[in-house]
Design a protein. Structure first.
Length: 167
C-alpha cells in the first residue's frame, strides 16, 4: 500500500511539473510571437510606398503571411528540449540518489542481520538438554513473600525429540 501511495504522489508531482513546464513554454511562445506579429504589421504599413509586387513575392516566399517565425535551436538555453532534458535529468538524479540511499540502507540492515546469524552459526548449535531452575516465590516479583521454592524444568538447545511438559 505504501508503494502505491508513493507512486501516486510521484505521478501527481510529475504531472504538475509537466503542466507548469508546458504552460511556461506556451506563455513564452505567445509573448514571443505577438511582438513579432506587431512588428511585421508595422513593417507592412510603413512600406506602403514599396512596390506591391516585391511585397507579395516576399510574403509568398516566406509562407508566413506577415508573421515572423521564431528561431529554434536545440543548443540554446531557451530551447524547450534542453529545458525539458534538464528538468528530467535533475528529477531522475534526485530520484536515483534516493533509491540508492534506500538500497544501501537495506543492504546494511540485511548485512547486520546476517552478521548476527553467522556469529551464532560459528558457535555451533547447542545439543538438546534439560535445564533445571530453582526460584523462590518472592524472586518471581508477584508481590508474595514466601520461602517456597519452585522448580522450573525446560528444554534448551536444538531439540528434535518430541516435546514434553516437565512440571
Amino acid at each position: 500500500m505504501k508503494l502505491w501511495k508513493c507512486v501516486a504522489i510521484v505521478l501527481m508531482l510529475c504531472g504538475a511539473a509537466l503542466s507548469v513546464f508546458l504552460s511556461r513554454i506556451l506563455l513564452s511562445y505567445k509573448a514571443h510571437v505577438l511582438p513579432h506579429f506587431e512588428q511585421s504589421s508595422s513593417l507592412l504599413t510603413s512600406s506602403a510606398s514599396a512596390s506591391a509586387a516585391s511585397m507579395s513575392s516576399n510574403i509568398s516566399s516566406s509562407g508566413t503571411r506577415g508573421k515572423l517565425r521564431r528561431v529554434r535551436s536545440a543548443n540554446g538555453d531557451n530551447s524547450a528540449i534542453s529545458d525539458f532534458m534538464h528538468l528530467f535529468q535533475s528529477f531522475t538524479e534526485g530520484e536515483l540518489k534516493q533509491v540508492i540511499r534506500t538500497l544501501v540502507q537495506r543492504k546494511a540492515r540485511r548485512d547486520a542481520k546476517l552478521g548476527k546469524r553467522t556469529k551464532r552459526a560459528k558457535k555451533g548449535t547447542k545439543p538438546c538438554s534439560l535445564t533445571d531452575k530453582e526460584v523462590t516465590v518472592s524472586q518471581l516479583g508477584l508481590g508474595y513473600v514466601s520461602d517456597e521454592v519452585i522448580l522450573f524444568r525446560y528444554c534448551s538447545g536444538k531439540c528434535v525429540a518430541s516435546r514434553r511438559n516437565y512440571d
